[in-house]
Design a protein around this ligand. Sequence first.
Ligand code: AMP
Length: 699
Amino acid sequence: MTEEHPQDRVYQASLQDPEAFWTAQAEHVFWHKKPSKALQKTTKKLNGGVEHEHWSWYPDGEISTTYNCVDRHVLSGNGDNVAICWDSPVTGAKEQYTYRQLLEEVEILAGVLREEGVKKGDVVLIYMPMIPAALFGMLASARIGAIHTVVFGGFSPTSLAQRMEVSRPTAVLTASCGIEGSKGPIGYKSLLEEAITKSSFKPPKTIIWQREQFRWDPVVKEEGQRNWQRLVKSARNRGLKAGSVPVNSSDGLYIIYTSGTTGLPKGVVREAGGHAVGLQLSMKYLFGVHGPGDVMFTASDIGWVVGHSYIVYAPLLAGATTILFEGKPVGTPDASTFWRIVEEYKVTTMFTAPTALRAIRREDGDNDYFERTFGSRGGLRSLRALFLAGERSEPSIVQMYQKLLSEHCAEGAVVVDNWWSSESGSPISGIALSASAGEDFASPHRNRPLAIKPGSAGKPMPGFDVRVVDDSGNEVERGSMGNIVMAIPLAPTAFTTLWQDEERFYKGYLKRFDGRWLDTGDAGLIDNDGYISIMSRSDDIINVAAHRFSTGAIEQAITSHPDIAEAAVVGIPDQLKGHLPFAFITLSTHHHPHAAVPEEELFREVQKHVREQIGAIASLGGIIQGKGMIPKTRSGKTLRRVLRELVENATHGEFDKEVQAPTTIEDAEAIGVAKEKVKEYFRIRGASLHKATETKAKL
Ligand code: AMP
């Protein structure tokens, strides 16, 4: 028998005795009042009489997250270490803040917020671009015990108004403009004013960071608008500051809205105590980031959970340096940007979404920037790991970057797919880089982590009891696909409820399996070695002749074809089999063909990949090729629902029917492109589609 790997041992320990495990972890953060216990289980009763289990972490502890992220490092003599490096290719600006400077900014802004009427327990809505002031705003809110809700700066007034209405903020922190990619500044004044008009709740104060690229003009005092820099200047002159106010462990640090499949976004509440403890553990244990000297570059946005946790809170809790990047993977100015940052700041740990790497691959298919520019001068040697999350990473992308990292980065550098969600607050699974570093996981990078299996998101992290079950909630055999669920309690970074909506928490997560399991909404499998593969959202499962296939698995088979850069698979209704998989593909060639219908040879080759890797039963009902037609959300998730509707409408001859896109869509024009392609495809293939498929499927 092989010896148990430390990651497995640590995991088992966390589930067998959560009290002991999490009590030990709580030692690594500063408590204003030390908790007497780690875990408390209770039950909650809903209006209809339903009872369900509830839990809380460190119930009687009191903590200040800002104190732990900022003051603590200054007091322990690390005030001169760099906390934040801001790099903004869209404006040409760069700034750095030491922990001491950060403390000063945050103390003063906290004083300003208090003076402007923000009290402990109030909500502060933050609608900001990726600039240091946004981080000051988050930390300053937390400093006075307020709860922040960061709304992604690219959201429309409607999305913003929805979030305003439900969270009822005392103050809104914003900026005069955002600058997305190379598009130039977008003024926020009209967006915000429109949102306030639409929202039935009117936030009393709007505090505006004026950027020189585009000013907010005029600042209307009568409407509660204030100039941020002026308020700070006046506070500085008067010596106005605010000390850190501890909150109860289970008080909210922030609310993050995640799009529900229907209706209003869900307000996930992050609780202060469990979040601080769980994040500091994940930073050392999973990411191998231990403190001063480590530099984390998370190329995400502070509007997403990845940004909250790994741009802001976790690197600062650890006392490391975080890179705040205002730019895009490509176009600011080109596909070399990420690697330039790694070289310039000696980044040790990088985190991004696979969609960013795919965008780079499209622009820089030969990896010229990586290999010949930065790699050849050894500029990427500091990089120890590249973490990927947000959606499934297909094996081809993991393998490609693993090869590059092995050749050009630190010895033993790895690509780590990790799976999690807004609800979980930190990775639910991954490959821990410091698993074998002893009791407190403190000694860095000397370990042999578990082997990476491309296509898998690793093994579970401490405290997340992950299972795969069928639709009745019974566990399936190892290696079988099913619904991915978790036993409760969840680990401390995870939510325990939704903002002021216990009913919806129960309905959205617990009801499906009668409170027995918490439904993650994801589908996939756990293999014989305990590795988890996330294949798709449960509602992206296609039922083909009573066999369930995940779109993710089929997409993976398709993208294993060397000419295909990207694929999105949806189900197309079929009289015989219920549904057939139908693929939208983007080729990796520079000159993308105009025709929507691919060459017969390509079709046959792709079909062969699917049949070999999944089975003949999953044979494709058709392939549409095109560029810029796969719509995505702002956070990089493929909007399969939109493509599915287009295809379904087309089978009824309704080619021009409107499809509803969520307000979180990144590239609304992709829908128009897809619509045209679907139309063209059906014009050519027409009614012969299913007949042709049938014969092919039987070949
Ligand atoms: P969000 O709450 O917006 O962060 O989205 C969470 C969802 O993103 C998860 O439920 C998954 O569907 C998906 N996701 C995140 N990370 C991964 C991953 N590593 N592999 C596959 N899907 C992922």
